[in-house]
Ligand binder design. Structure first.
Ligand code: WTA
Length: 658
């Protein structure tokens, strides 16, 4: 079995969880999803996906549903469509222009209501602005922005023109942004002057200025004024959004692109230091984003108010704020800020204000809400909620039950959705109205999707057995490659089970006695911190780039709130006065250095200074032993740590052959 499966102490509880929550008759009778869909999809997968693709408007119908030349898939071959038209214009043409697309809520309490007709005008103006800047189909556009409506306008304007967006999370450092701009050779960067964070404006353009000091591909930087804070200005390169976009015509006729035209690149951590540019294309991606959003959340666009709390910097924001909901004509809430500004009731206040009926968030936040206490949500009217979703990491049964009881009033289905940046859309999840939900299990691949749990040799394990999660058939929203690196694409996802042709997800999983799937966390050197993927190698490289550090090893240790926390072991350079460098100040400097190199989300929770690292004879660091050490210590107990004690524990472990 995999290393990670032994990692979580909560796992035993998790696997003995036996409560189930079947849907009510009323919910089942009105649900979008039907049990027959599983059989329909199994009987003829391609016909099933063709039917789902008809949810969209195609300018030219496809000639072939799937062209599968492993590991390269083309879906809806010969078909042509415009993704932005599908997300915006077609709803206006259907007479739904007055429907609210976005209830945008700013952190300081300002708000904007944007209808589909407004969205059409804004996206058209933005597209005209991008044309004026000389951008052409296929060019890459980098976006680093907080959760403001212009971020969504920008993404959709790119889609409308066949430009490939690369959204970089607002919390990523200038170094991380520069790497991504360089890798994709982006011509344009769109950003804001600043962003509201915990009640205060924080600079954003400073970061993008630093990133674009030496990026020759960038021709222009377009800046949205969000906080009215002072910024540096590069004449000729920098343009204010309001100067450029506001004067454009609000009419723009979209052109249809090939189903396989690139839609976006989104970078995600791999097992090496260099992030992978995951490439998604148009027709198959939008089909699956739309289909899953409709069925997994049971969306009724005429009456539901949907809210996904993700940031557009992550894939969840791409598929379940922008492309899935808007292609379905949903009315949704988009919130700019943090969940505890101005107080810990902010999410519940927003749900009450907009009568949110579908709420999609991450286990780390659910556990944080639990910690803040039941009294907070109990002070609000949450009776509008009817479906709750979870994504990003395994949800422990306690959190699942709390979510359903305290937030969902004991009524709402909870859908635990497993998927990845690479899969583009939800793959494994209960279907509300169909599935009797089991707290802690993502349960079953959706109709049209095929997943298996296999052993080292690629043989499917029996019920009750554990192993690796694989996807054994291509799916419409699958990644089409890693930007500029075909070899890495083959190596990362298709080499582990090359004989069988399985996609290797990098997650451990188990079947229970009913054959339902339980996800057990990553089996590679990728950590999952608050639902964010961070590679151990990336943090190690950041640490060794600090002048005091000779060597570093990083592990993800179980954390009650964030799932995993980053723990680093560092060996200092010979010339560094050891006592001084071990001091709190020096540790803080190292943590800040990682934040500067990658972003605050990658800051180690704990840094231990050690004299040596445990290695195999071939020089590979034995992270498993370090994880044992990291999980047995009290958090924050850095300065009192004796080197020999750490090494003794590690040595004892080694002697025992663990
Ligand atoms: C983990 C986020 C268990 C998993 C959409 C996966 C989950 C990685 C779940 C992808 C879930 C996501 N249960 N684990 N419901 N959802 N994961 O690319 O390890 O940011 O491989 O995509 O998150 O993270 P990514």
């Amino acid at each position: 079995m995999t290393e990670s499966s032994g990692q979580s102490p909560a796992l035993d509880n998790l696997l003995t969880e036996s409560r189930t929550f079947p849907p009510t008759d009323e919910f089942a009778a009105n649900a979008n999803a039907k049990a027959e869909m599983y059989q329909q999809a199994d009987a003829d997968r391609e016909a099933f996906w063709a039917e789902q693709a008809r949810r969209l408007h195609w300018d030219t119908e496809w000639e072939q549903v799937l062209d599968w030349q492993p590991p390269f898939a083309k879906w809806f071959v010969g078909g042509k469509l415009n993704v932005a038209y599908n997300c915006v214009d077609r709803h206006v043409e259907a007479g739904l222009g007055d429907r609210v697309a976005l209830h945008w809520e700013g952190e300081p309490g300002d708000s904007r209501t944007i209808t589909y007709a407004d969205l059409q005008r804004e996206v058209s103006k933005t597209a005209n602005a991008l044309i004026e800047l000389g951008l052409e189909t296929g060019d890459r556009v980098a976006i680093q922005m907080p959760m403001v409506p212009e971020a969504i306008f920008a993404m959709l304007a790119c889609a409308r023109l066949g430009l490939v967006h690369s959204v970089v999370f607002g919390g990523f450092s200038s170094t991380a942004l520069r790497q991504r701009i360089e890798d994709a050779e982006a011509k344009l960067l769109i950003t804001t002057d600043g962003q509201y964070r915990r009640g205060k404006p924080a600079p954003m353009k400073d970061n993008t200025d630093e990133a674009t000091k030496d990026t020759p591909s960038i021709e222009h930087v377009v800046v949205v004024k969000r906080c009215d804070i002072e910024v540096q200005w590069t004449e000729g390169r920098d343009l204010w959004w309001h100067d450029l976009v506001d004067r454009q015509s609000d009419q723009h006729t979209p052109e249809a692109f090939d189903a396989e035209h690139p839609l976006y690149i989104l970078y995600t951590s791999g097992t090496t230091g260099k992030p992978k540019g995951i490439l998604h294309t148009s027709g198959g991606y939008l089909t699956q984003a739309s289909y899953t959003h409709h069925n997994v959340f049971d969306l009724k666009p005429e009456s539901d108010v949907y809210w996904c709390t993700a940031d557009i910097g992550w894939v969840t924001g791409h598929s379940y704020i922008v492309y899935g909901p808007l292609s379905n004509g949903a009315t949704q809430v988009v919130y700019e800020g943090t969940p505890n500004t101005p107080n810990e009731g902010r999410h519940w206040d927003i749900i009450q204000k907009y009568k949110v009926s579908i709420y999609y968030t991450a286990p780390t936040l659910i556990r944080t809400f639990m910690k803040w206490g039941d009294d907070i949500p109990k002070g609000y009217d949450l009776s509008s909620l009817r479906v709750l979703g979870s994504v990003g990491e395994p949800i422990n049964p306690e959190a699942w039950i709390w979510y359903r009881e305290t937030i969902g009033g004991g009524r709402t289905p909870v859908v635990d959705t497993w998927w990845q940046t690479e899969t583009g859309a939800i793959m494994i999840s209960p279907l509300p109205g169909v599935t009797a939900a089991k707290p802690g299990s993502a349960q079953r691949a959706l109709p049209g999707i095929s997943a298996k749990v296999v052993d080292d040799q690629g043989n499917e394990v029996p019920h009750g057995g554990g192993g690796y999660l694989v996807l054994d058939k291509p799916w419409p929203s699958m990644l089409r490659g890693i930007w500029g690196d075909e070899e890495r694409y083959r190596e990362t996802y298709w080499s582990r089970f090359a004989d069988q042709g399985f996609y290797f997800a990098g997650d451990g999983a188990k079947y229970d006695k009913d054959g339902d799937v339980w996800l057990l966390g990553r089996v590679d050197d990728v950590m999952n911190v608050s639902g964010h993927r961070i590679s151990t190698t990336e943090v190690e490289s950041a640490l060794v780039s600090h002048p005091t550090v000779a060597e570093a090893a990083v592990v993800g240790a179980t954390d009650a709130t964030t799932g995993q926390g980053i723990v680093a072991f560092v060996i200092l350079r010979g010339n560094v006065a050891q006592d001084e460098a071990k001091g709190e100040e020096a540790i803080k400097a190292l943590r800040d250095h990682v934040a500067k190199e990658i972003g605050p989300i990658a800051k180690p929770r704990q840094i231990m200074v050690v004299a040596e690292l445990p290695k195999t004879r071939s020089g590979k660091i034995m992270r498993r032993l370090l994880r044992d050490v990291a999980e047995n210590r009290e958090v924050g107990d850095v300065t009192t740590l004796a080197d020999s004690a750490v090494m003794d524990m590690i040595k004892t472990g080694m002697a025992e052959g663990k």
